[in-house]
Ligand binder design. Sequence first.
Ligand code: ADP
Ligand code: MG
Length: 311
Amino acid sequence: MSKIVIALGGNALGSTPYEQLELVRETAKPIVDLIAAGNEVVIAHGNGPQVGMINLGMATAAEAKAIKSDMPFPECGAMSQGYIGYHLQNAIGNELASRGMDKEVATVVTQVLVDENDQAFSHPTKPVGAFYDKETANRIAKEKGYTMVEDAGRGYRQVVPSPKPIDVIEKKAVEGLIAQGCVVITVGGGGIPVVRKDGKLYGTPAVIDKDFASEKLAELIDADQLVILTAVEKVAINFRKENEQWLSQLTTSKAKELAAQGHFAPGSMLPKVQACVQFAESKKGRVAIITSLDKALQALKGETGTRVVLG
Ligand code: ADP
Ligand code: MG
């Protein structure tokens, strides 16, 4: 039996609650296939559109004085974990039941430790939430201490940093649930970023890359495999060019060489390849795979996907 962390991409969830509820029914099938094949499965996922929607809705309502306060970014992240977790729990639970499999599915609201001295905090890069005119943006920046930047001629937006994950606070709880045979959904959206000050944890407005957070989780719970499920079946070099070439296997050294040559787009494929390299290098025998959701089981059998191995 293998312990597998799977990281679901945006294509597994869609962008509205209705679309998401429809999509997760399909998403649940290949996930339950992995469980039915005898694997211990832990599920991580992205939250870009969902946390954006929650943040935007709350900020708009607060500006219109329809609600008493805005919703801080860590709280928006927590809401997105609960909301997405509920849909996944529901869909995976239903799929398990339909196959006569007696297993519980649980979502863990997860805090992920970041370093307040992480370089990312002095260079916020991720735009989130509503667009404002300059005057409103300046006022909000003053009121809340947010960093606001002009976003491609569309107005001013809050930007938050994207620090690296150091630790998953609830890792023992996750391990305990796995040991009891539960299917666990955790580190949603990369986790709620927290910093430690004087022994206490505090939520901080930031976005942790879900591919890096999934990798960290996989290391911490001693998973055998990290499986990053996205919209493409394999990783390519010369992606979308005439000489595009799909890769079945990548050694860690080759992956780094190709990354340095710019074959993997920053913000999409690059963090996935980097996460896979880190996982494969973290302990002998650990394997990371990038493939599409519908090919997950086949990829685990070695029939497709891009496999990243130490070498
Ligand atoms: P996710 O929501 O799963 O994180 P992303 O859009 O962030 O998805 O990243 C996956 C996308 O990266 C693929 O759908 C593909 O369009 C793109 N991509 C960029 N470079 C490559 C590459 N070299 N090989 C394959 N896909 C790539
Ligand atoms: Mg992505």
